[in-house]
Design a protein around this ligand. Structure first.
Ligand SMILES: Nc1ncnc2c1ncn2[C@@H]1O[C@H](COP(=O)(O)OP(=O)(O)OP(=O)(O)O)[C@@H](O)[C@H]1O
Ligand SMILES: [Mg+2]
Length: 330
């Protein structure tokens, strides 16, 4: 039986990433981890961006006085409707844009100092890769830009192509790649320099459900290696699955900031999930709830997610090709 108590949505900014910690650790290790947890990787203060037209007239205020902190070893989600300033924030962090006012620090250095980008991996919203190179040539090209040796480039290229599941298509030019395959090679390119900070603009766009699950697993694995990740996404279920903390932007303004689990908590409700409960026991539980003056909100068989059902069917089909026996709902 699992019991889960929730408390009303809290508007507190979160303080700690959600890395699981083993039960018993030497004090020195705990202290070291605490220091690592509080290490600020990104800090923005009053960060604002106004896009101007050709004549220097204000066109759009894309970002308004953004104050953010992202710490080492967390996955931080930037959410918001179209045009809310997510991509602008990422470009400011990379030094691709200059702020109109305020400042952004990455690894304690001003974001306009592009030398710090050697420790950053970036998956942009739109692919900008060379269409006539294949996957191996693409990664080799970027490895050269980071001045990696030939041996290291070959090792890293093979490792990343395997990691993103493109071994079978590694010699095909990128112009023949599907949207999802392009996203995968984009991620491999972003990781070529083994970056400490990875900025991902809509990483799951264009991926099929298996690709989405693989991408999410890769992001969590990178976080578990101590990398820091910032991702923008519209796919809220993906954000909920992988992000430790989120910021919600609207029309360039920060509207909410905090730990995902804290923000989603509901107050005054208790959830029980029980296996093999007899009808009599169910009646007794209902009677206890009534006696207690509490209110039973719902009592039903829980459902799985469509993502889990889809993955189960595809994996089952891979293991046993052929026509699948129809499910329960037909
Ligand atoms: N180069 C530009 N010139 C003028 N305005 C721009 C430019 N780039 C972005 N904007 C404007 O800045 C605002 C924020 O855009 P941004 O691309 O940061 O949004 P976003 O949150 O990433 O949106 P989406 O979810 O659609 O990717 C929008 O109003 C957009 O039109
Ligand atoms: Mg964007």
């Amino acid at each position: 039986m699992a019991s889960k108590s929730r408390s009303k949505r809290k508007h507190s900014a979160a303080t700690k990433p959600a890395n699981p910690k083993p039960a018993a650790e030497p004090i020195a290790a705990v202290a070291a981890e605490k220091t690592a947890e509080s290490e600020v990787v990104i800090e923005t203060r009053n960060l604002s961006k106004v896009y101007r037209d050709f004549w220097g007239r204000q066109k759009v205020q894309a970002l308004k006085s953004l104050d953010l902190e992202v710490r080492k070893g967390e996955i931080f989600g930037l959410l918001g409707p179209n045009g809310s300033g997510k991509t602008t924030t990422i470009k400011l962090l990379l030094g691709l844009l200059f702020p109109t006012s305020g400042e952004a620090l990455v690894f304690g250095t001003d974001a306009s100092d592009v030398a710090k980008n050697e420790r950053i991996g970036y998956l942009p919203e739109e692919s900008y890769l060379y269409k006539f190179l294949n996957a191996e040539e693409t990664l080799d090209f970027y490895g050269r830009l980071f001045k990696m040796s030939g041996v290291e480039r070959r090792r890293r290229t093979a490792e990343l192509i395997d990691k993103v599941g493109l071994r079978w298509a590694r010699r095909r030019p990128l112009k023949e790649y599907s949207k999802g395959m392009t996203r995968r090679i984009g991620l491999a390119q972003a990781l070529i320099n083994d970056p400490d900070l990875i900025l991902l603009d809509e990483p799951t766009t264009g991926l099929d459900p298996i690709g989405i699950r693989e991408m999410k697993d890769m992001l969590v694995a990178l976080r578990d290696q101590g990398k820091t990740l910032v991702m923008c996404s519209h796919l809220l279920a993906d954000v909920q699955d992988v992000c430790d903390r989120i910021a919600i932007l609207h029309q360039g303004e920060l509207k909410e900031l905090g730990r995902v689990d804290t923000l989603l908590q509901l107050s005054g409700e208790t959830e029980l999930r029980i296996a093999n409960l007899s009808d009599e026991a169910q009646q007794e539980i209902k009677a206890v709830i009534e006696r207690d003056g509490a209110k039973l909100i719902s009592s039903k068989n829980p459902t799985t997610t469509l993502e889990d059902l889809f993955l189960e069917i595809v994996r089952d089909s891979e293991a046993r090709p052929g026509r699948r026996a129809k499910g329960k709902s037909t």
